[in-house]
Unconditional design. Sequence first.
Length: 97
Amino acid sequence: MGTGPRKTILVACGTAIATSTVVAKAIEEYMQDRGHNVVTRQCKASEIKSMLSGIDMVVTTTQVPDDLGVPVIKTLAFLTGIGKEAVLEDIIKTLKL
């Protein structure tokens, strides 16, 4: 897979079922296609603080606390398709991949 250390992205939505699965899959596929070493984990928004260990970024479709200590991208682009590529590129820039 990609060069450099693997980055871990926590994907959070309201229930950690359908929405986070769609977002996580889209992120992983996009990054793999570009040779970036990224893995995703999924959780409910209410679980974020307990799952931050080893996380480099949070991508969420819902409100989350501001004080997580890692970059947070809040977006509905993966659900609407509008601006999805821009968000994926923003993830790459933020993680310095």
